[in-house]
Design a protein around this ligand. Structure first.
Ligand SMILES: O=C[C@H](O)COP(=O)(O)O
Length: 244
């Protein structure tokens, strides 16, 4: 399965900065080995559509659970699809923490994304307190179960331990694999053999110097990257590291 390098800019880059980033990438990227996808602020997506090199996908960082209508400030799945998006991140820990998103809300967003032909990237992962109690596997699988209620198998899962996000504390490759394997097993229970095609990403302080060992694990199929997605040099470094 081809690794997915999903680049989450979070609330960074104006459309002008996004254009410069995309043009720099277009000038320097050589094809493969990972699939690249930029999860960017919605206001930059048309600019990315016009400037990203061929083969580099993009998507939203969130999507509404509603199809259309009186939901001020929301972005619908159909809107993302119309500008050419392939993916939509749902249930990122920052949405769960700062916007109170529940597993049920995340599942509703993922379902709405799929109805418009987008692939949801469903994020799960435990906080430090849960990890220290040794309950990280059970916690994350319960979150996964609730977040996939009614969601079909055309999905990507991102395991992001919250304590490793933006902190410089990376989970070890073995930590990532422990959860990726548990997630794969849960996906197999839910989707049968379709689970073999579902990419399970790791996220949390991924950089050019640690991505290769993490993605070498059998159940890890790429990374969801925050801080190291902002500079083209780091993105090229991560992509090169996956060449092995
Ligand atoms: O979506 C990305 C994750 O939150 C990881 O962010 P980070 O690479 O800055 O730790």
């Amino acid at each position: 399965m081809q690794n997915l390098l999903a680049l989450n800019w979070k609330m960074n880059k104006t459309p002008t900065e996004a254009r410069a980033w995309a043009q720099e990438l277009a000038g320097k990227l050589s094809p493969g080995p990972a699939e690249l996808a930029v999860m960017a602020p919605a206001i930059t997506l048309s600019t990315l559509a016009a400037n990203l090199p061929a083969g580099v996908a993009f998507g939203g960082q969130d999507v509404s659970a509603h199809e259309a209508g009186a939901y001020t400030g929301e972005i619908s799945a159909a809107m993302l699809k119309d500008v050419g998006a392939t993916y939509a991140v749902v249930g990122h820990s920052e949405r769960r923490e700062y916007h109170g998103e529940t597993d049920a809300a995340v599942a509703a967003k993922a379902k709405q994304a799929q109805l418009s032909g987008l692939i949801p990237i469903v994020c799960v992962g435990e906080g430090l307190d849960v990890r220290e109690r040794g309950e990280h596997v059970a916690y994350t699988l319960a979150q996964l179960d609730g977040s996939l209620s009614g969601v079909g198998p055309d999905v990507v899962i991102a395991y992001e331990p919250v304590w490793a996000i933006g902190t410089g504390k990376t989970a070890t490759a073995d930590d990532a694999e422990e959860l990726a394997a548990a997630i794969r097993e849960a996906l197999t229970t839910r989707y049968g053999s379709d689970a073999d095609e579902i990419r399970v990403l790791y996220g949390g302080s991924v950089k050019p110097d640690n991505i290769a060992s993490i993605c070498a694990k059998p159940n890890v199929n790429g990374a969801l990257v925050g801080g190291a997605s902002l500079k083209v040099a780091d993105v090229l470094g991560m992509n090169d590291a996956l060449k092995g």
